[in-house]
Design a protein around this ligand. Sequence first.
Ligand code: NAD
Length: 385
Amino acid sequence: MFHKNSDSTAIENRLSNIYRMFEIKNISEVDLTENPVIAQMSQYNHEELLFCNDNETGLKAIIAVHNTVLGPALGGTRVWNYNNEMEALNDVLRLSRGMTYKNSLAGLNLGGGKAVIIGDSRKIKSEALMRRFGKFVNSLGGNYITAEDVGINPQDMVYVNYETQHVVGLPGKSGDPSPVTARGVYMGMKAAAKAQFGTDSLAGRKIAVQGVGHVGEYLVQSLVKEGADVYVTDIYEPTLQRVAKEYGVKVVGLDEIYDVDMDIYAPCALGATVNDETLSRLKCSIISGAANNQLKNEAVHGKMVMDKGIIYAPDFALNAGGVINCYSEVAGLSAEWALAKADDIYGTISEIIKRSQSEQVPTYQIANRMAEERIEQVGKVKLPR
Ligand code: NAD
């Protein structure tokens, strides 16, 4: 484990770490059979990996700390039935790096990390296993702060909290992040509208919301309040019908949503819905929603979207309300602070679009660059924790 100290060597190490952060090693040059772990870490300069095993409880987990220049690494714990350890390792490395970018771009004093627990969440979880996992989180001394992700529920996190303070999103604390996430998506959507239509008013705009779950429903509420013409779809019929009735919005079929004559497509359910097939059908001029990993292939579809004149508000910039809400708990800030901070997403999206249009570079690439710039600039002036 890498322990930081406050002498000048630590400062030098930290600075050289920042400079190396974006230096990508060519993994194909390394024999992954013989070097499956540190070689992979070095590809995107991950700081630390903790492999966790406990035979008593059956816990098998990996915690990845990608970068702590801006602050402790925050990211959720995912329980997933990976086919093998390499799959789990790849996922935790990819997701923890994504958290570094998301947290940086949101302007938070947080680095990026993630944890994965290997196994079927319906079968392996127990109080003992979650508490054992909490002990591992605690062993990192606050370098990693955990939260809920796929396969984890609030009670699981209560068990984790019995063994460590380094956990957020507990019942009775910062609470459901969805209203804050929806607020950020709504503000970012307005910023995209300003760039595309010259006004950020969404009144009269045709907006199709895919998925009216936690975030989608709050978003629909704001859009209807502003006078938008909203279309919704969801695989869960009871919620769909309730939302349609409650807000007076139109229901469209699961596949039909891609053909709606719309101004804005708001994916709030699944990833990878922006792909070759849907892009040949989508008539929107803005894509702006809460779902993670909306572009099936970032390099291909990020460029394709730009070439079609569609403004894509990068998902990790737009849906940062969730981590903003977590940060409010870490830093002891209020729910009002979190909502106000989510409003800053308007400015972030405006800046991303401005730079994307002037440099003719896809928005997701500009967003990555802005996240890297902040880490580099702040890292130069910040003393080690
Ligand atoms: P949720 O599970 O509450 O809602 C998702 C909704 O999508 C559900 O109602 C589900 O039935 C529906 N759905 C699933 N598959 C669908 C399909 N093929 N077509 C249409 N609808 C479908 O999740 P959520 O918390 O509202 O999050 C929505 C998205 O935003 C997810 O991708 C999530 O990762 C992302 N996100 C959420 C937050 C947050 O604060 N909740 C923060 C950041 C990112």
